[in-house]
Write a protein that binds this ligand. Structure first.
Ligand code: GLV
Ligand code: GLV
Length: 382
């Protein structure tokens, strides 16, 4: 099949053209774009498009695009989009380390992302990885399938109890804080966290939960914001990474920092692969069989560093953090809303919750535009 046959066109007579580089779940997102007068060109194959292929799909007339975190949207593509008369791009993701926002702004392109609908979903995946690693669920599943279960044993596949221990969170933004709450409120873990900013909401909620426990005569949980990442790594029994990926966080966890962690600690990453020096992690897990890792993301995604797949103490899943039906459909609605909103000349939504965009009669605003200030897009006041 030639690439041309892999594109599906909706509303061919629409007077604006929007390119969407992957099929998205649900119907609503397409309706949003079509109601905004757009013809929508969707790439229907699962192959990852190259910059050249995207560039030729944009062609000479294109008002906007929805792209994926697997694509590099930098000077080249934003320049092509500008020349095609485009003014709007949305990433189908909350993270946007695959974009050059400065370049988008220079080319007059408003750039959107999809926050607020994958917070709990992604935190739940981090929790799933946490217990899979702590209780060796994947290893045990393999053990069963291989027909190796010959009867209950006192010493079979022992893991780690997390209840009442210390959870470390690095990056206490929305997802990190949601994960922290799940582990503290669900499993009565003490929290230590590192973030450039204090998360007072989280701290206050945990303090209130501690008061509640005290009032019942139970051991209260604690919460401490640490000055340094090292302090978190040293004391935590479990560490989950939730910062954004940029030049300051690349290889945030390297060989030296792994050495600081407890020998039987658990390390979780459902943020971005390059936060961890994956080669160093392979070595560390090999040398420390009681150390465990749960990874949703990889340094050279979709490739894995040599040796990773041979390690029983590592649980790996293919970047599924936001992969629930509700979240992926909601992300599509927000991405379409970003593009349609900018093309319709709407202001930008700056409130904490984007949930009104998922309801009937959504606000006449673009849900989340990351360079709205630089682009001079006013804030929604309705
Ligand atoms: C997924 O990784 C996202 O950033 O939305
Ligand atoms: C996650 O950080 C979100 O904004 O949903």
């Amino acid at each position: 099949m030639s690439n041309n046959e892999k594109w599906k066109v909706y509303n061919p007579r629409g007077d604006r053209r929007v390119v969407v580089t992957k099929e998205l779940p649900g119907e609503r997102w397409l309706e949003i774009l079509m109601q905004a007068g757009c013809r929508v060109d969707v790439f229907t194959s699962t192959e990852i498009l190259s910059t050249e292929e995207i560039s030729s799909a944009i062609g000479e007339r294109c008002s906007g695009a929805i792209g994926q975190l697997t694509e590099v949207w930098g000077d080249e593509l934003f320049s092509v989009l500008e020349k095609a008369g485009g003014s709007a791009y949305s990433n189908y993701a909350v993270g946007y380390n695959n974009l050059d926002i400065g370049a988008a702004t220079r080319h007059g392109i408003c750039v959107g992302n999809t926050p607020g609908v994958l917070t709990e979903t992604t935190a739940e995946m981090a929790v799933a990885l946490t217990f899979s690693a702590a209780r060796r669920v994947v290893e045990a599943d393999r053990f069963m399938r291989e027909g190796r279960y010959h009867g209950w044993l006192p010493t079979l596949l022992l893991g780690e109890l997390l209840y009442g221990k210390t959870v470390g969170v690095i990056g206490a933004g929305r997802i990190g804080a949601a994960y922290a709450r799940m582990m503290v409120e669900g499993h009565r873990m003490d929290l230590v966290y590192y973030d450039l900013y204090r998360n007072s909401n989280l701290e206050e909620d945990i303090a209130a939960y501690a008061d509640f426990l005290k009032s019942r005569g139970e051991q209260p949980v604690t919460c401490r914001r640490m000055e340094r990442i090292e302090d978190v790594l040293r004391v935590a029994d479990l560490v989950s990474l939730h910062p954004v990926l940029d030049e300051t966080t690349r290889h945030l966890i390297d060989a030296g920092r792994l050495e600081l962690m407890k020998k039987n600690a658990i390390l979780i990453n459902a943020s971005r692969g390059p936060l961890i020096d994956e080669e160093a992690l392979v070595k560390h897990c090999r040398n420390n069989p009681d150390f465990r890792a749960g990874l949703d993301v990889f340094e050279d995604e979709p490739d894995l560093k040599p040796g990773l797949i041979d390690l029983d103490n590592v649980v790996i899943v293919p970047h599924l953090g936001s992969a629930t039906i509700w979240t992926r459909q909601s992300m599509a609605i927000l991405a379409a809303g970003n593009v349609a909103g900018i093309l319709s000349g709407y202001p930008v939504w700056k409130r904490e919750s984007v949930l009104p965009f998922l309801e009937d009669n959504p606000p006449e605003a673009a849900p989340s535009i990351v360079n709205s200030e630089e682009m001079g897009i006013p804030e929604y006041a309705g």
